[in-house]
Design a protein around this ligand. Structure first.
Ligand SMILES: Cc1cc2nc3c(=O)[nH]c(=O)nc-3n(C[C@H](O)[C@H](O)[C@H](O)COP(=O)(O)OP(=O)(O)OC[C@H]3O[C@@H](n4cnc5c(N)ncnc54)[C@H](O)[C@@H]3O)c2cc1C
Length: 363
């Protein structure tokens, strides 16, 4: 696609993470026209898988929880393979040079997993969109209010799309850092977006794959907590019946610090789980702070989590045409996949309530 494009739709969605794909899916099913613009060359955003042989291992979200009914309904609709998080065994507490065994596993709660990775959830949903709806590798740089036209103008890498409604399906702090609004957003709204953290935006996720879940042989759950790092918490991320066998951890990243290195993480895994942890088949460190399309500069300084689900996010801006729908804007389960689906649902309800389907419109 290298020609300059101009088109006009009911709804332009910015960001093809699970929230944006859910909005595009619902709008399309309702009979309205929609374009979904995605900066990366893939869908999924913070749902990302690492391929290891025939398996796909989560580098972003891993779990969903029993009370998260939207995720479960979507997984059912898409006929996804699911399995339960491994819980059995003792957890570990990491202290200098050693590990202290904790009786039982207080670190994991019952949760569900996507057997073919969480990215599968969003890829399968995006696969149901009509041809031409999704525009990959198409970052949006500017949103303008077109005077008296009842439209917003979305300037993207390949042209301009005008739309009655725009759904911002990316973290608010990233939206205001990377997209120019003309005229500017109301000051209070911009201020709110600027301080809203990006959930997990300053975290490196580390995944180590092994031949077998050897820790289970010793009655360990694969779960650990550490104040020493580089990983602050570790969990079993194996597939059903322990295959593929994997451990993962979260390592916070701070400005100026490189992400946790694989070597430092392996040293920590050996201190916790013994010498069998020294030789993974594969180890991946994915630093979300370094992802231009997830985290704005300075993301590690954003700490006002009470801004999640703020009422201003539920009140469409720019004359009722601009809708926030990333997980950070949800009042239910903000930060989670469930939150992204809840925010998408709220935005879709607001959009559909003011936009007649194309077919019924007098043109
Ligand atoms: C390491 C990690 C672990 C996690 N663990 C869990 C978990 O176990 N369970 C759980 O429920 N949640 C978890 N989460 C959170 C979960 O991944 C998110 O809640 C969810 O994926 C957010 O979806 P979203 O659509 O709101 O945003 P995103 O997934 O961030 O999607 C935003 C999209 O917008 C695109 N974009 C950005 N800028 C532009 C632009 N200018 N133009 C066009 N497109 C743009 C991005 O490329 C991206 O695709 C985890 C996240 C991480 C990073």
């Amino acid at each position: 696609m290298d020609e300059v494009e101009f088109d006009d739709v009911d709804v332009a969605v910015i960001g093809a993470g699970i929230a944006g794909v859910a909005v595009a899916d619902a709008v399309e099913r309702s009979g309205r026209s929609v374009r979904l613009f995605e900066a990366r060359d893939r869908v999924g955003g913070r749902l990302l898988a690492h391929r290891h042989g025939e398996h796909r291992l989560d580098l972003g979200a891993t779990w969903f929880w029993p009370n998260e009914l939207r995720v479960q309904a979507l997984a059912k609709r898409l006929d996804l393979r699911l399995h339960s998080q491994h819980l059995d065994g003792d957890a570990l507490f990491h202290q200098p040079g050693a590990a202290q065994r904790i009786d039982g596993n207080p670190l994991d709660t019952p949760s569900g997993r996507f057997t073919d990775s969480a990215q599968d959830l969003v890829e399968r949903l995006a696969g149901e969109l009509a041809a031409g709806t999704l525009r990959l590798a198409t970052p949006v740089r500017r949103i303008r209010t077109a005077a008296d036209s009842g439209r917003l103008q979305v300037d993207h890498a390949y042209g301009t799309t005008t739309a009655r409604h725009v759904a911002l399906a990316l973290p608010p702090a990233l939206a205001v850092a990377a997209i120019d609004f003309e005229p500017g957003l109301p000051e209070r709204l911009r201020g709110l977006a600027e301080i809203t953290p990006v959930w997990m935006g300053a975290i490196a996720k580390v995944v180590a794959v092994y031949g077998t879940p050897f820790w289970r042989d010793e009655g360990l759950a694969g779960a650990a907590i550490s104040h020493l790092g580089p990983m602050r918490e570790i969990h079993d991320m194996s597939g059903p019946s322990g295959s593929p066998a994997a451990l993962f951890g979260f390592a916070p990243t701070a400005a100026g610090e490189p992400a946790a290195t694989a070597d430092a993480c392996l040293t920590q895994l050996v201190e916790l789980f013994g010498h069998r942890a020294a030789d993974p088949i594969d180890i991946v460190v994915h630093d979300w702070r370094a992802e231009e399309w997830t985290s704005p500069p300075g993301v590690e300084q954003l700490a006002s989590y009470q801004t999640f689900g703020h009422p201003m996010y539920g009140d469409p801006a720019l004359d009722g045409r601009l809708h926030w729908c990333s997980t950070e804007t949800a009042t239910e389960a903000p930060g989670h996949i469930e939150g992204a689906l809840a925010a998408a649902e709220r935005a879709v309800a607001a959009i559909l309530s003011t936009t007649p389907p194309l077919a019924k419109e007098a043109r």
